[in-house]
Design a protein around this ligand. Structure first.
Ligand code: BV8
Length: 253
């Protein structure tokens, strides 16, 4: 395997700018269910049915119970080695950014500071009337007061992006300026089914401009056939292998 990765390892050794796109798979080894995996089910509901404005409109209590259940899982979860290696890479590379679809904040808990949450995060809430965003400290949601109301009297919702909603402009602008100021040497796409066109377009843009495209995923996705490297492994062992080869800490494996 190491021999096949030689070109990637050489590039990583001299790289200055790394772009990382992550999805639910990077948190799988922390015990957080992925969206489309079998463990993503909850009371026989498919996540795709619940993560929509229509579901919230129809039954805000049910949707809040799902989010409180996910919060309880995430609260128990710890950053896994994949998160920790990405945090160490932010220290190593002068220009480093993670665009994550995950709402669990495990990248930040691992130590990454340059993280753009393109689908929001599960801990904040937002008033459906005023758009005011509340941090967990400001507005704690409890199961005995569902659906929660904001001080303005509007329903409070999780501050995440649901299916059918547009992405927050702040993260999009920062990602686009990161990609356009100079092309990353390497783009990693880790633990995502890569179904959203914006995920595919960021990855393809880096590749078309001469960067290496590396996919880390036990499965194949729409990006697999155009990736320069596809490590068909879980994120933690895959990143540990790359990290060890780049830092020269273990013999070729
Ligand atoms: C948009 C936050 C335009 C919430 C999520 C109306 C209804 C339905 C759809 C639409 C609609 N209107 C428009 C749409 C289109 C829709 C769309 O594209 N659908 C797809 C499916 C075709 N898109 C949207 O609605 C998006 N909005 O496009 O607006 C726009 C865009 C930009 C600028 C302006 C306008 C918004 C979608 C956001 C939905 N919210 N989450 C919450 O979390 O509660 S999406 C949800 O899916 C999560 O964020 C998740 O991260 C994301 C993507 O899934 P993945 O992360 O890839 O997770 P998944 O389970 O799918 O895959 C896990 C992968 O990991 C697998 O490949 C697996 O093999 C791998 N894996 C497993 N274990 C490991 C592993 N890999 C490594 N290591 C392991 N151990």
């Amino acid at each position: 395997m190491a021999g096949e990765l030689e070109a990637l390892i050489d590039e990583m050794k001299k790289a200055r700018k790394i772009f990382v796109i992550t999805g639910a798979g990077v948190s799988a080894e922390s015990g957080v269910p992925t969206f489309r995996g079998k463990d993503g089910l909850w009371r026989n509901y498919d996540a795709m049915q619940l993560a929509t404005p229509e579901a919230f409109e129809r039954d805000p209590v049910l949707v809040w119970e799902w989010y409180l259940w996910r919060r309880s899982l995430i609260a128990e979860a710890e950053p896994n080695p994949a998160h920790k290696i990405l945090a160490s890479w932010e220290e190593r590379y002068p220009d480093f950014l993670i665009a994550t679809q995950n709402v669990d904040r495990l990248h930040q808990r691992a130590g990454n500071r340059h993280v753009e949450e393109i689908h929001g995060n599960i801990w904040e809430t937002r008033c459906t009337r005023t758009g005011q965003v509340y941090s967990p400290e400001e507005k704690e949601v409890r199961g005995d007061h569902l659906p929660p109301e904001s001080p303005a009297g509007g329903l409070l919702r999780p501050n995440v992006v649901w299916f059918g909603e547009i992405l927050p402009t702040g993260p999009l602008e920062r990602i686009n300026s990161f990609l356009s100021s100079s092309n990353p040497n390497v783009c990693f796409v880790i633990g995502t089914s890569a179904l959203f066109y914006y995920i595919q377009s960021w990855a393809v843009t880096v590749k078309m401009r001469g960067g290496l495209l590396v996919e880390v995923n036990p499965d194949t996705t729409p990006l697999s056939e155009i990736s320069d490297f596809h490590l068909e492994k879980p994120a933690a062992p895959a990143l540990a292998l790359i990290d060890s080869l780049v830092s020269g800490s273990t013999p070729d494996s």
